[in-house]
Design a protein around this ligand. Structure first.
Ligand SMILES: Nc1ncnc2c1ncn2[C@@H]1O[C@H](COP(=O)(O)OP(=O)(O)OP(=O)(O)O)[C@@H](O)[C@H]1O
Ligand SMILES: Nc1ncnc2c1ncn2[C@@H]1O[C@H](COP(=O)(O)OP(=O)(O)OP(=O)(O)O)[C@@H](O)[C@H]1O
Ligand SMILES: [Mg+2]
Ligand SMILES: [Mg+2]
Lengths: 467, 467
C-alpha cells in the first residue's frame, strides 16, 4: 500500500486517452471536431440562436495542424474559462435537459490532446455578455493534469464584435482524412441532422467549404424532462432526498418526477401507509422501495412529449433526400418511452432506397447505417452499438430485402434523450438497454414494412409494364 | 452557467454505471465476480502466495442475492479500507507493473452497485499484518457518492486466523446465469488462465463447486517495466520531468526509461547538443521532442523480457487440453514489443481443433474466440475488441479453414502488459493500437499455419488408410 494513489480524472484520462476517443490519428482529429462542434451547437441553441461555426484547419507539416474554431454562441464568462477547458467532469449539461454534451469532458479532452502532442497552450477568445454589456477576454491556458485544473499563462481584455468562442489548438500525430472516419465526413453528417446550422470550413489545402443552412427555423428549446415514475429507482428517490432543499418528501415527489400530481401523492400515501409529509432525509430505503414498487403497478401517462426535441419525420426525409437522392424515402419518429431510471427517450429513423443510398464496397452497394444521438453523428464503435444490434436483429428477408450485403439502402437512426446511455466516455455507441433495443427493433420493422410496400408496388408496376 | 457543476468520479459513474460494465442483470453480476476475483488474485500474487478464494452466492429472492467473497491475500490495512472500497480512481496499480487491476475503479464500482440496488452498506472483514502482527478489523461502509469518499457506519476489532479480505455485498436487479455471459462460465475461464489458483464456489442452489489447483507453481512476480525509448513521447518526458525528484534530467532518463545507459545518455547529449545535466524542470518541449526524435533513429534493444509474465506456451496448451480435450493443440508466446508510449506488451495464443473445441450454435460447431488480458477473461464487447479484429483480419481460407462459421476451433489469446489500452472503463475490449493489431495478426497466422500442417497430415493419413 505504499504505492496507493488517488488519481484525478485528468490524470486517469491522460493515461487512457483512447477512452476519450483519441485512438488512431484520423479518429483523434475527427473526435476533436466532434467535441468542439457539439459544444458550439449546444451553446447557440441554448441562447436561442441559429448555430454558425467557422473552422480553419491549417496544415503545418505531416500530421501537424493548427485548428481555429469560432462560433456565434453566447461565449463563456471569464471566470468559467479554465473550468470549461481544463477541468474534466465539469460542465453545465448534467441536468435533465436534452443536449449533445452530457459528460463535462469534451473540450477539456481536446485541450489535453493538444498539450500531450505539442506541448503548446490553448488560446481562447471569449466574447460574452455581462449584465447586458459585451465583454471580450483572450486567455492562454495550460492544463495542470495532476490537479485537473487550468493554469492561466496570459490574460488580457480584447475588443469583440459579438458574443462567441474562438479557440486555437495545435495538434500533432493526428491526420485529416476525406475517408468515412475523417473530419470532413463528420461535418457532412452533422449537417444532415442539423439543417438549421451553418458551417464554414477551410480545409488544409486552403479550400473553403460553405455548408449552408437548409432551414431558418430554430428548433424549439428542449425542456427539462423529469424522471418518470415508471422506472425511477429507490436509489434515485433516496439520492434526491439526500440532496434536496425541499422540506417535505411529498414536495420532492411532485417537483422531481414527471406525471406526479398532489392527487397521486395522496393516493400513494394512502396505499403504502407511509407518511409523505416527513422530511426527505427521514425517508428509509425500504419505504422508497415500497413507493417505487407501487409506481410500477400504477397507471401513469407516458412521459410528456414536449421536453424532448426530435429531428422530426419531415426533416429526416428532407435531410436524406438532400444527400442521397433516393427513389424512396420514409421516416418515422416514435413516441417517448423510458429506459431504466425512468429516463425518457425517443427513437426516430429514416430509410432510403436507391439513388446514392447504401455504401459502395468494391462494386457492390451494401446497406449502410447512419447512427445519431441527440442529432450528433456516431461514427465509430458501430459494432458495439445498441442501434446496430437492434437493426441487425430484425429479419430483413421477411420485408423483401434478401441480402443486406447487396442492397442500396441507407438507414438513418437518431436517439433523443436527456441522458444517452453511452457505452464509454468516447460517446460513440449506445448501451443495449432492453427498452432501447425494443424501440429500435419496432422502428426498424416499421420502416422496413414501408420499404417492402414500395418495392412490391415497384415490382407490380414493372410487371404491368412488361405486359 | 448557473447550472455549471463539477462532478466527482463517483457521481459520474452513478449516472453512467453501464460504463463500469453494469449493463443488464446477468452481465452486472458477472462483472462483480470479475472485479472481486481479479483483486484477490492480484493481492495474493503480490504477496507471493497461491490465490485461494471462497465465494458464496446466496439467493434471497428473484434477482436478489447476498455475495460473500473471501480471499487469502495480505488483506487491507484499516486506514486504507474506505479508500479501497468507496473511492473511485484510487488504487495501488497505477505503476509500470503488470497486474489485473489498473484503474482504481473495480471494487468501488461493486460497492456502488450494491448500494444503488439495495441501499445496504458493504461489510468488510480485513485480516492484515501490521509490523509483523496479525490484526483484524470489521467495518460497515457506505459510499458518499457526492464526495467520492467512504462513510464508516461501524468498526470493530475482530479475531482473524490469517490475512485476507472477506467482503459481503447485497445485490438486486442482477441475475446469476449458467450461460456464456454468466458468473459460472467466468470462473471456468479464469481457471484456464490461472491454474495456480483455487476457487471454491457455492452457487445459489447450495451446490459447492471446487475448482482445484492444476499447478502448485506460483508464477514469478512481474517486475517494473519502464517505458521503452521507442515510443515514449515528448509529453511523457516533460510529465516525468515535472513530477520527479531527480536533480538532473540525465538521471531521470536513466532511471525512468528501459535500456537507457549512461553511455546512451552521453551519446544523446552529444548528438542533440542539449545539456542533459540541467534540472528536469528546465527541459523545454522542443528539446524533449528532439530527444524523442533521436530515440526513434537509435538502435535500442527490445524491451526486457523479465518484467512481463505470460501464461506460457506449455501452460496454455495444458489449460486448453484440460477443458476442450481437442485432437490438436498448439500455443505460441511472442516476444515483448511496444505500443504507443513505449509500453511493452506480449501477445500469446493457443489454437485447439476438434474435441469440444468451438462453440455449438444450433447444431453447428463454429469457431470460438477466448480473449484474455493479463490472464483475465474478457467476456463482453467482443465486437469492438482489437483481439477480435486482428483474428478476423487474416484469411483463414489460406490455412485450410474454409469456413470459420462451421469449424470446431477455439482460439485462445492473452495480451500481457503493464497498461492494457482498454476501450472503456468496463475493461472488456482492447483498443486497436496498430502494434497490437499487428502482433495479434502475426500470432494468428503462426497458429493457423500449425493447424494447417496438422490438418494436411491428418488428411494425408486418411488418404493413406483408404488405399
Ligand atoms: N463553445 C462554447 N460556448 C459556450 N459554452 C461552452 C462552449 N464549449 C463548452 N462550453 C461550456 O463548457 C462546458 C464543458 O464542455 P465539455 O465539452 O467539456 O462538456 P459537455 O459538453 O458538458 O459534455 P461532453 O463531455 O459530453 O461534451 C459545457 O457544458 C458548456 O457549459
Ligand atoms: N482483496 C484485496 N486484497 C488486498 N488489496 C485489495 C483487495 N481488493 C482491492 N485491493 C486494493 O484496493 C485497490 C483498489 O481496487 P480496485 O478494484 O478499485 O482498483 P484496481 O484493482 O487497482 O483497478 P481496476 O479498477 O482496474 O480493478 C487495489 O489497487 C488494491 O490495492
Ligand atoms: Mg461537449
Ligand atoms: Mg480491481
Amino acid at each position: 500500500f505504499e504505492e496507493f494513489q488517488e488519481l484525478t480524472a485528468s490524470e486517469f484520462f491522460r493515461k487512457n486517452k483512447q477512452m476519450l476517443g483519441f485512438s488512431g490519428k484520423i479518429r483523434s482529429l475527427t473526435i476533436v471536431f466532434h467535441e468542439l462542434i457539439t459544444n458550439s451547437f449546444d451553446a447557440a441553441e441554448e441562447a436561442g440562436m441559429l448555430p454558425e461555426i467557422k473552422i480553419d484547419l491549417k496544415r503545418l507539416d505531416k500530421d501537424h495542424y493548427i485548428l481555429r474554431h469560432t462560433d456565434n454562441g453566447p461565449g463563456i464568462p471569464e471566470n468559467f474559462v479554465t473550468k470549461v477547458f481544463c477541468t474534466m467532469f465539469a460542465g453545465s449539461k448534467f441536468r435533465n435537459i436534452q443536449s449533445r454534451g452530457q459528460q463535462g469532458l469534451g473540450c477539456s479532452g481536446c485541450v489535453l490532446l493538444s498539450q500531450m502532442t505539442t506541448g503548446k497552450p490553448a488560446k481562447i477568445i471569449s466574447g460574452y455578455k455581462e449584465k447586458g454589456e459585451l465583454k471580450g477576454v483572450q486567455m492562454t491556458l495550460k492544463m495542470d493534469v495532476k490537479k485537473n485544473q487550468g493554469l492561466v499563462l496570459d490574460k488580457k481584455v480584447v475588443e469583440v464584435k459579438h458574443t462567441g468562442v474562438c479557440l486555437e489548438l495545435h495538434f500533432k500525430d493526428v491526420s485529416y482524412s476525406l475517408s468515412e472516419q475523417g473530419a470532413f465526413e463528420y461535418i457532412r453528417r452533422t449537417m444532415i441532422a442539423n439543417p438549421h446550422a451553418k458551417i464554414v470550413f477551410r480545409d488544409p489545402t486552403g479550400h473553403k467549404y460553405i455548408f449552408k443552412r437548409a432551414s431558418d427555423v430554430i428548433p424549439p428549446l428542449p425542456k427539462e424532462v423529469l424522471p418518470h415514475p415508471r422506472g425511477v429507482t429507490a436509489d434515485d428517490l433516496i439520492f434526491m432526498a439526500k440532496h434536496t432543499d425541499k422540506r417535505r418528501f411529498r414536495s420532492l415527489l411532485t417537483s422531481s418526477l414527471s406525471r406526479m400530481s398532489t392527487k397521486r401523492v395522496n393516493e400513494i400515501q394512502k396505499l403504502t401507509g407511509i407518511d409523505l409529509n416527513k422530511r426527505p432525509k427521514d425517508m428509509k430505503w425500504e419505504e422508497a422501495e415500497q413507493i417505487v414498487d407501487l409506481f410500477a403497478k400504477m397507471d401513469f401517462m407516458a412521459p410528456p412529449t414536449s421536453g424532448l426535441i426530435p429531428i422530426g419525420e419531415a426533416q429526416i426525409e428532407k435531410g436524406i433526400v438532400g444527400i442521397l437522392n433516393p427513389e424512396f424515402v420514409s421516416a418515422i419518429s416514435r413516441k417517448p418511452v423510458t429506459y431504466r431510471g425512468g429516463v425518457a427517450f425517443i427513437i426516430e429513423a429514416g430509410i432510403a432506397y436507391g439513388g446514392d443510398s447504401g455504401r459502395m464496397v468494391g462494386d457492390q452497394r451494401k446497406a449502410e447505417i447512419m447512427r445519431f444521438a441527440n442529432r450528433v453523428p456516431l461514427t465509430f464503435d458501430q459494432g458495439s452499438c445498441a442501434i446496430t444490434e437492434g437493426l441487425k436483429s430484425i429479419d430483413w428477408k421477411r420485408y423483401g430485402i434478401r441480402d443486406m450485403e447487396s442492397a442500396p439502402i441507407t438507414i438513418f437512426v437518431n436517439i433523443v434523450s436527456t441522458q444517452v446511455p453511452y457505452l464509454s466516455t468516447g460517446k460513440q455507441s449506445v448501451a443495449p438497454e432492453p427498452e432501447i433495443l425494443h424501440e429500435v427493433r419496432q422502428t426498424a420493422m416499421t420502416v422496413a414494412r414501408k420499404l417492402q410496400k414500395y418495392l412490391r408496388a415497384k415490382k407490380a408496376e414493372k410487371e404491368e409494364a412488361m405486359r
